[in-house]
Design a binder for this molecule. Structure first.
Ligand SMILES: NC(=O)c1ccc[n+]([C@@H]2O[C@H](COP(=O)([O-])OP(=O)(O)OC[C@H]3O[C@@H](n4cnc5c(N)ncnc54)[C@H](OP(=O)(O)O)[C@@H]3O)[C@@H](O)[C@H]2O)c1
Length: 337
């Protein structure tokens, strides 16, 4: 029997038009470790438990299995479609004319939905890597960010809103220079920015920029993605669970450090989208946002845990001639072309 957390105990966040969405969601990327059926079973358990925001993507290769779960949950009357906030994302090899529209249609078919709640451009590059590739894999066709290419994808996202295929659109893996370049060109403003956010990688400038521009930050890898694929491990990566502020708070609250990472995320204001296929973890992650919040002193201590430690560096998207993964992130404040 799955334990259920009542909806009125789960805080909510507001999109810029006032629409309220849950302050926590469920990730669905299996990190090349968990299979599609396992992940779909986790979605089923999570929704029964009380999760209402589910973060999907075509590249996760599990949308058909998750779609079957949604269908069954609606048919059984466990939830209504309008009770869930479902996202998906267009993958990098589908940015060209017409391809974003087709990719969204495919996700809708796979997820067995007539409308998404939020559709993201997953990465701001048309650079493809095969699912499960190694960290040194490179695609010779990769190119640096280009405003016109990005806007070709974004215009299609805007069309998807016009056609009612998605309620909102969003961007992911962006930087301030890229946002500065594209926001003035957007007819429909992004509702959300999906970005890497965890105690050792707090991205304060980008986070504040998004909030200032009415864009809701959604934090991926909220617990530092301990099971991330081998390609996303590098020397010098920090474990969030061992950070002094996180570890001290975990001891004080008598919980796993993962739970503290989530408490920190919701106390700051981003929506964390933790992944798990394990029922006890799913439950403690949801409970993290409903009880026993961090003290002001603990929040201050965790603010000091920032190590500027990006885990998803994206090096597999580098183009010929690029120096290293930092080129993807415009670290000197200008767009690298
Ligand atoms: N937009 C993007 O480019 C992008 C990039 C990356 C991720 N995402 C999204 O963000 C989601 C979350 O990111 P993520 O899965 O990489 O990282 P994460 O949520 O930080 O880490 C997930 C892992 O943490 C462990 N965990 C979960 N709950 C726990 C608990 N209560 N106690 C102890 N350990 C716990 C589990 O490891 P074990 O399985 O080993 O137990 C789980 O696999 C993804 O699923 C995906 O939806 C988006």
């Amino acid at each position: 029997m799955i334990e259920t957390i009542s909806q009125d105990r789960i805080p909510r966040r507001k999109l810029s038009d006032g629409t309220q969405i849950p302050c926590i969601g469920l990730g669905t990327f299996g990190s090349d470790k968990y299979g599609a059926d396992q992940i779909a079973a986790a979605v089923d358990a999570a929704v029964r438990m009380g999760y209402r925001l589910i973060d999907c993507a075509s590249v996760y290769q599990d949308e058909p299995q998750i779609g079957r779960v949604f269908h069954a949950l609606f048919s059984e009357g466990v939830v209504r479609r309008e009770d869930l906030f479902i996202t998906s994302k267009v993958w990098n090899d589908r940015h060209g004319p017409g391809q974003v529209l087709a990719s969204c249609e495919q996700s809708l078919r796979d997820l067995e939905l007539s409308q998404l709640d939020l559709y993201f451009v997953h990465w701001p590059f048309p650079n493809y890597h095969a699912p499960g590739c190694s960290g040194d894999s490179r695609n010779p066709d990769s190119r640096p960010f280009h405003v016109d290419e990005f806007m070709t994808a974004w215009r299609q996202c805007e069309q998807l809103v016009d056609e009612g295929k998605t309620r909102y659109i969003g961007m992911s893996n962006m930087t301030i220079p890229k946002l500065e370049a594209v926001l003035p060109l957007c007819r429909i403003h992004p509702a959300a920015l999906e970005m890497e956010l965890h105690p050792s990688f707090q991205q304060p400038e980008l986070y504040d920029y998004a909030v200032r521009h009415g864009i809701l930050p959604i934090g991926f890898c909220p617990m530092g993605s301990p099971s991330r694929p081998a390609r996303d491990h590098a020397a010098g990566d920090v474990s969030d669970f061992e950070l002094p502020g996180v570890a001290a708070a975990a001891k004080a609250h008598g919980v796993h450090p993962a739970v503290i990472c989530l408490k920190w995320a919701v106390s700051r204001g981003q929506i964390p989208i933790p992944f798990s296929v394990k029922e006890p973890q799913l439950l403690s992650n949801l409970r993290a946002v409903t009880e026993d919040p961090l003290t002001e002193a603990e929040k201050k201590a965790i603010a000091q845990d920032d190590r500027n430690c990006r885990l998803v560096k994206g090096q597999v998207f580098l183009w010929p001639g690029a120096t290293d993964w930092r080129d993807l992130w415009d670290e000197d404040g200008t767009i690298v072309q």
